[in-house]
Design a protein around this ligand. Structure first.
Ligand SMILES: Nc1nc2c(c(=O)[nH]1)N[C@H]1C(S)=C(S)[C@@H](COP(=O)(O)OP(=O)(O)OC[C@H]3O[C@@H](n4cnc5c(N)ncnc54)[C@H](O)[C@@H]3O)O[C@H]1N2
Ligand code: MOO
Length: 417
């Protein structure tokens, strides 16, 4: 018989228990593109200045400002063209007053020149150029170091590396960056009723949606997913599969086999180890939970309930914050928003309810806050509704009903954070 008096942990207590037991993964040097979305694990200083030399911002002629200061349409200035410099072709290092040098965008401005006249203000002459408009002193010259100085702090420890940060690191000549690596996460789904998508289905079998959903969620979190797939309800087979996988795991997620059934394989196999806590969390869906460590390296393991919506919400509440902690990525939990509920909802007491919802785009001229509508019912098997939703509506454990028009806390599921 299940224990009706089982004391339940609150969601926050379980989250805290998990986060307190984990540490960020040790830093690792990665090629730039592999570091996209990861967190820098050290300050990065620039080895060079940017621009690293004075260069032209325009295709035109490098000139001495004093020679061309008076140039107008009526009284153009004529100068001999003594050479040409393309980007990456710094053959002319210096020039004398009274001359012009053809120069292309990005090419080094020769010493002695202090302005660039764009082609459009000239006759584009080859041996001699006619300049019909005066630049300002220094115009169209991009000065060495005006953007970045050698030794500048480019990236602070803890910065999430996106395209702009990676582009900057490449621009100063760095090919790698030290980051918190992506956790490698092994995903096992348990249940003798499960079948792989694409294979025939018996009248009493169920397609394994969870391992795909969890693997996708792991990837979206920025971690590496190893989707092992289905393990039958047989403790020895489960332990064999788990032990085979530990060598490549920074964390393990299982789905199913943790409630009160006669074939709850995960609980049966792991309870004797004494290193995994099994119990109830005061939430719905997602009450039966387990968390602990397994194997020689004390690899963290999350044993999530098998009902698909329970599995998903458990991932969101417990695994996602844990993976972010391992990656050094703040905040650990998804930010919430306040929204106006469009339809009344009810909830049994004693468990925080995570209803699926559709969140509108946010405050508009006509409404101060975003609106949220419940999607489908509270059942933890309703995967069709889950896929329609873009948010979770949180009904606190002591609240049994919320009327339409009241404000609720909502967890948006599709926002980057
Ligand atoms: N007597 C009790 N029974 C149950 C309790 C309870 O307290 N007392 N809790 C219920 C709650 S709440 C949940 S949640 C589930 C959790 O059960 P398990 O984690 O043991 O999961 P299973 O029994 O293996 O499966 C439950 C359900 O989900 C389907 N499932 C499982 N894995 C997958 C998968 N990979 N893909 C798709 N669907 C999956 C499975 O076929 C079952 O329908 O226990 C309640 N029972
Ligand atoms: O907690 Mo179960 O996840 O209610 O369905």
């Amino acid at each position: 018989m299940g224990d009706p008096l089982q004391t339940l942990r609150s969601v926050t207590e379980h989250q805290t228990e998990i986060l307190d037991s984990l540490r960020p993964l040790p830093p690792y040097e990665q090629p730039l593109l592999d570091a996209l979305g990861l967190v820098a694990a050290a300050d990065v200083y620039s080895p060079i200045a940017l621009p690293s030399f004075d260069n032209s911002a325009m295709d035109g002629y490098a000139v001495c400002f004093d020679d061309v200061a008076s140039a107008t349409d009526e009284h153009p200035v004529h100068l001999p063209v003594v050479g040409e410099i393309g980007a990456g072709q710094a053959r002319i290092l210096a020039m004398s007053p009274g001359t012009a040098v053809k120069i292309m965008t990005g090419a080094p401005v020769p010493a002695g020149a202090d302005a660039v006249v764009p082609y459009e203000w000239t006759d584009r002459g080859v041996a001699q150029v006619v300049i019909a408009r005066a630049p300002e002193e220094g115009q169209h010259v991009r000065s060495a170091g005006e953007d970045v100085t050698e030794g500048d702090l480019l990236i602070e420890d803890g910065t999430v590396l996106g395209p702009r940060q990676l582009g900057l690191l490449a621009s100063v000549g760095l090919a790698t960056v030290v980051v918190r690596p992506r956790p490698r996460v092994v995903i096992l789904s348990t249940g003798s009723e499960l079948r792989d998508p694409g294979s025939p289905r018996g009248h009493d079998s169920v397609y394994d949606g969870n391992s795909y959903m969890l693997a996708a969620a792991v990837r979206r979190a920025g971690a590496i997913a190893y989707r092992v797939g289905i393990v039958p309800d047989e403790p020895k087979l489960f332990l064999d599969a788990l032990n085979d996988q530990l060598v490549r795991a920074d964390a393990v997620i299982t789905s199913g086999g943790v409630s009160m059934g006669d074939f709850d394989v995960v609980k049966e196999a792991l309870s004797p180890l004494g290193t995994v806590w099994f119990g109830g969390v005061a939430m719905q869906p997602g009450k039966p939970q387990g968390f602990g460590v397994v194997g020689e390296d004390a690899t963290p393991i999350f044993t999530l309930p098998g009902n698909p919506v329970s599995s998903f919400i458990s991932f969101e509440m417990f695994v996602l914050p844990a993976l972010r902690r391992m990656m050094g990525r703040l905040p650990y939990t998804r930010p919430t928003v306040a929204a106006t509920l469009t339809h009344a909802v009810s909830s049994p007491p004693g468990r925080a309810q995570y209803l699926r919802g559709e969140l509108s785009d946010g405050p508009t001229e006509r409404q101060a806050r975003p609106m949220v509508s419940p999607v489908g019912g509270p059942g933890s098997h309703l995967v069709g509704d889950l896929a329609q939703a873009n948010a979770l509506i949180v009904v606190p454990s002591e609240t049994t009903s919320v009327a339409a028009g009241e404000t609720v806390t909502v967890v948006p599921l599709e926002q980057e954070f």
